[in-house]
Write a protein that binds this ligand. Structure first.
Ligand code: HEC
Ligand SMILES: [Cu+2]
Length: 441
């Protein structure tokens, strides 16, 4: 006997096969969760808390999916009409207090299961922990710490610009751009500001995103890797015989092997033309390396040829033509015809601006990328590929507008952007500027 239901069933069957296939594809495409911007392989307590909450939610919703979908499938298959079937329609009923109250009860229970860790997670990720070990005075061993800030945790002020990032370390008096250097295993307080539009700070492996909103001070905290107590607590849970171990040494090994690394971040809120090219990096290092980096950053740069800045500028003011060689020529272009120093600070050099029209170029030769992470010159082993770095500087100065469409080094209201130059920089000048920039380390 033909019923109009039958074609529906064969459609249904085909749909099941197709969706099974698609699910398999999705599963396979997700095989590698361990990518550099994965939120599944977390490196630190904030990201871990967020990951755990995500998994709890996934399991609860998966359970609901199975329960509802399973019941549905069971009923549809079991009570479907078969050929030659002449069972009468079952008695129709409506309303069953027991079932309805039961379902309400189960729904509330499931929501509570999600709500409790959510609220706990919100509390935990809101306030930067100020543990004894995290206090600046207890681990920072360089010379830059301001007085009276020994008991504070490290603060980094992150300022969003279209389409790059500024990182200020107010307690240590250092400013850098696009690549932040942070110590492993320490909570770090992050202040988020924006000078133009809304951006969003996102370092997937270390912490979820928080927006930078103009006229508003947002904050969050991040931490790369566990601190000693967190690490220790995890070992205890695994019932490892701690007496056998040199705990301090093993903790240091854990930081070095698993946490010290180069992490990839990204602006996660659409902010205009080059939003997709507004990346950043976090270089996670040990206490000593961090302290050395701060000191070198603070010291800034010397003049070329081992001169003091006083001598170099005296020579420059007397007769710039006597300062020869690519590096001198590059610096002359930087403060002269190129107008670079009108937008870029290089700490140490007294005639670069202290303003912030563009990223600080102090130690730009040490960064593993330029143009806010868009042009990379980092080797697998963490060193810098010098040839590539040179090529990237050339490319950036020469084709600024093509590398990052709309960027403010090219198009600027100040009228001194590279796109407004009457006579554009020629290849020889770009070569000299690039050689000079490479010496900034
Ligand atoms: C009108 C201001 C302005 C001028 C003039 C200017 N820049 Fe820039 N510069 C910027 C801005 C803004 C950025 C960030 C662009 C971006 O990533 O969106 C930048 C980025 C850079 C970067 C990449 C830094 C990093 O770490 O990502 C380098 C290198 C650089 N400029 C070099 C130069 C040189 C060399 C000159 C002179 C020939 C110059 N700039 C002139 C504003 C300026
Ligand atoms: Cu953006």
């Amino acid at each position: 006997m033909y019923t109009p239901i039958q074609p529906l069933f064969s459609l249904f069957r085909r749909l099941i096969v197709a969706s099974g296939f698609i699910s398999l594809l999705i599963l396979l495409s997700g095989c590698s969760l361990d990518t550099r911007m994965s939120t599944f392989v977390t490196k630190g307590p904030v990201a871990e808390t967020q990951y755990n909450l995500f998994m709890i939610t996934i399991w609860v919703t998966f359970f609901i999916f199975l329960a509802v979908g399973g019941t549905y499938l069971y009923v549809v298959l079991k009570f479907r009409e078969r050929p030659g079937d002449d069972r009468p329609l079952p008695t129709q009923s409506h309303g069953n207090p027991l079932v309805e109250l039961g379902l309400i009860g189960v729904s509330i229970l499931l929501l509570v299961i999600i709500a409790v860790p959510t609220v706990q997670g919100i509390w935990y990720t809101h306030d930067t922990p100020n543990t004894e070990a995290a206090k600046l005075g207890n681990w920072y061993n360089g010379t830059a710490l301001s007085e009276g800030e020994e008991d504070d945790v490290l603060t980094i002020r992150v300022i969003g610009y279209q389409w790059w990032w500024e990182f200020e370390y107010p307690q240590l008096g250092v400013t850098t751009a696009n690549e932040m250097v942070i110590p492993a295993g320490k909570p770090i307080h992050i202040e988020l500001r924006s000078v133009d539009v809304i951006h969003s700070f996102w370092l997937p492996r270390i912490a979820g995103k928080v927006d930078l909103i103009p006229g508003r001070a947002n904050s969050m905290w991040i931490q790369a890797g566990d601190d000693f107590d967190q690490w220790n607590a995890k070992l205890e849970k695994q019932n490892i015989d701690l007496a056998e171990m040199d705990l301090q040494q093993d903790y240091q090994d854990y930081l070095e092997d698993e946490i010290h690394n180069y992490y990839y971040g990204q602006c996660a809120e659409y902010c205009g033309d080059s939003h997709a090219r507004m990346l950043f990096r976090a270089h996670v290092v040990g206490d000593d390396e961090f302290s050395d980096w701060i000191d070198s950053q603070k010291q800034g740069h010397n003049a070329p040829d081992g001169k003091s800045w006083e001598d170099w500028y005296a020579a420059y003011d007397a007769d710039p033509d006597l300062l020869t060689g690519d590096i001198n020529e590059g610096l002359k272009l930087f403060i002269g015809r190129g107008q670079c120093s009108g937008c870029h600070a290089i700490d140490g050099n007294p005639r670069t601006i202290a303003g912030v029209a563009g990223p600080s170029l102090t130690n730009v030769g040490e960064r593993h990328s330029i143009a806010a992470g868009w042009l990379n010159h980092r080797n697998e082993d963490g060193s810098i590929d010098d040839d590539l770095q040179y090529a990237n500087f050339v490319k950036w100065i020469k084709e600024t507008d093509e590398v990052k469409p709309g960027n403010l080094m090219w198009w600027t209201r100040l009228g001194n952007g590279l796109g407004q130059m009457k006579e554009p920089l020629n290849d020889d000048e770009i070569h000299k500027l690039s050689v000079f920039l490479q010496t900034l380390k």
